[in-house]
Design a binder for this molecule. Structure first.
Ligand code: ATP
Length: 234
């Protein structure tokens, strides 16, 4: 699966993430946690190929993906639901899904779309609506759905629960558990620490671009110093 070794990345001369080593276990959910500006989104965007890697390496199935363009990384099975969702707001739900599916054969489209709809039935009812007219929750489902249309083996989701109602967050989290049960690997960036600790298998905590804690979610839950100091839980 994905293995980051001493990865540093950033913008121009600015290094946002320093010396990050992280290995994802296949078919697991890893939570990437930390305060605002800790480097979580930069990490995801670097894996996706949108933020420049400064040093270290990124292996996917043992192969170095560092020199591959973003499209090729998607072809290899890496998908992202980015921060802010970045939907095509003037396109319909169906067309947003179609864009995600462009990388696949046209003949796969219906099956893949129906698979997304079975995960998020609400999208099936809104296929002809413009993405910009959807509620925040529906937009999040669509961003995840669009990523799933690429048939990924690794899905990276940035700020899944930001601004959503608890009921919708529950629904999205149930979908993630279902994906994991089907064998998908999930890398989840969240501010909502308590929820992540409930469903994740592994956790990595960043502070100012550096790893300050790494281990199983169970160990994280039981580490009161960690939860109080870095995760804002008491
Ligand atoms: P948040 O939850 O606020 O998005 P984060 O943990 O995802 O936080 P990043 O967005 O990765 O953190 O930001 C890490 C650092 O990189 C911050 O200091 C941020 O200001 C900086 N940064 C992020 N995007 C850019 C950019 N496009 N250009 C320059 N610096 C950036």
């Amino acid at each position: 699966m994905l293995e980051l070794k001493n990865l540093s990345c950033g913008y121009g001369a600015f290094e946002a993430v320093h010396d990050l080593s992280l290995a994802l276990r296949p078919g697991s959910i890893t939570g990437l946690l930390g305060a605002n500006g800790a480097g979580k989104s930069s990490t995801l965007m670097c894996v996706a190929g949108h933020v420049s890697q400064k040093s270290g390496s990124m292996l996917f199935d043992g192969e170095d993906i560092g020199a591959l363009d973003p499209m090729e990384r998607v072809r290899r099975g890496i998908a992202i639901s980015p921060e802010g969702r970045r939907l095509f707001k003037d396109l319909t739900v169906e067309d947003n899904l179609r864009v995600g599916g462009l990388i696949q054969a046209v003949t796969n489209y219906k099956d893949d779309r129906d698979r997304v709809i079975s995960l998020f039935p609400r999208l099936g009812e809104r296929l002809t609506s413009l993405a910009g007219n959807l509620s925040g929750g529906e937009q999040q489902m669509l961003a995840i759905g669009r990523a799933l249309m690429t048939r990924p083996r690794l899905i990276m989701i940035d700020e899944l629960s930001l601004g959503l109602m608890p009921k919708v967050i529950d629904l999205c989290y149930r979908a993630l558990l279902k994906l994991r049960d089907e064998g998908m690997t999930v890398l989840l960036v969240e501010q909502n620490t308590e929820r992540v600790l409930k469903i994740a298998d592994d956790v990595c905590v960043l502070e100012s671009g550096r790893v300050v804690w790494q281990g199983s979610a169970e160990a994280a839950r039981n580490d009161s110093q960690l939860t109080a100091a870095y995760l804002g839980m008491h």
